[in-house]
Write a protein of this length. Structure first.
Length: 231
């Protein structure tokens, strides 16, 4: 006669296999349920101000910009976007609303379009992804705060130098992309709150000092930091 203990061991169910680890990079690189890869040409529109905030984009390659238009029709560029940025994160707010800005490609872009419900689902279910998204939001908040301080306390020459250095990704891990995407002086003027003529003046000065080179596209040298550091 078998002992009860032996019977209990025989009847014990095998442990359930571990849930496979969620891979945020794979999720953001591939199409799937509620996700679609989109490709935009330069000046292509991700979304427009006033439209429904029904999705979030993840910029895989390329550069883009966020702009706002006042009731009077004046347009201003509020930030530049790089590969690795989320675009339109307001799409996951508590109540679906309208876009507060427009997102437009500066260069050819590839992005993952994530439907609002899919974005909310993966944020709730996958801690690795919610951690990644939270890190992005914190970095975006710090960048916005730095932009405000720059606008309040620095002169237009320093603000222009800072924008060029940010576009060249100085201070980021790896080698900076010193040859920045083609961008008009009008857009640079909008971003730093000055006139195109002042931007042209400063750009010529930076070039004479050897801080930048440009012939259609702008190449930024590390020496441009001297403008930021000089009082």
């Amino acid at each position: 006669m078998s002992r009860p203990g032996r019977i209990a061991r025989k009847g014990r169910s095998m442990p359930a296999s571990k849930k496979s680890t969620f891979n945020s990079a794979h999720f953001l690189a591939n199409q799937g349920n509620g996700r679609k890869i989109v490709r935009l040409k330069p000046k292509g529109i991700f979304f427009s101000q006033g439209h429904a905030a029904d999705c979030v984009f993840y910029l895989q390659t390329g550069r883009a910009k966020l702009t706002v238009v006042s009731k009077g029709g004046k347009e201003a560029t509020i930030t530049l976007l790089n590969a690795g940025d989320f675009v339109g994160e307001e799409g996951v707010s508590g109540v679906a609303g309208l876009r507060m800005a427009s997102a437009t490609a500066i260069t050819a872009c590839t992005a993952l379009r994530i439907e609002r419900q899919e974005m909310i689902r993966v944020m709730h279910e996958e801690h690795a992804f919610s951690d990644l998204f939270l890190k992005f939001l914190l970095e975006r908040g710090i960048r916005t705060q730095a932009d405000l301080v720059d606008q309040l306390f620095n002169n237009s020459e320093k603000r222009l130098a800072r924008i060029l250095l940010l576009m060249a990704e100085f201070g980021q891990p790896g080698n900076p992309e010193t040859l920045i995407p083609k961008i008009s002086q009008e857009t640079l003027a909008e971003m730093i709150g000055t006139t195109r003529s002042r931007v042209s003046f400063f750009m010529n000065r930076f070039r004479k000092l050897g801080f930048i080179e440009y012939n259609g596209r702008i190449q930024v040298h590390k020496s441009l930091l001297n403008i930021i550091l000089h009082d």
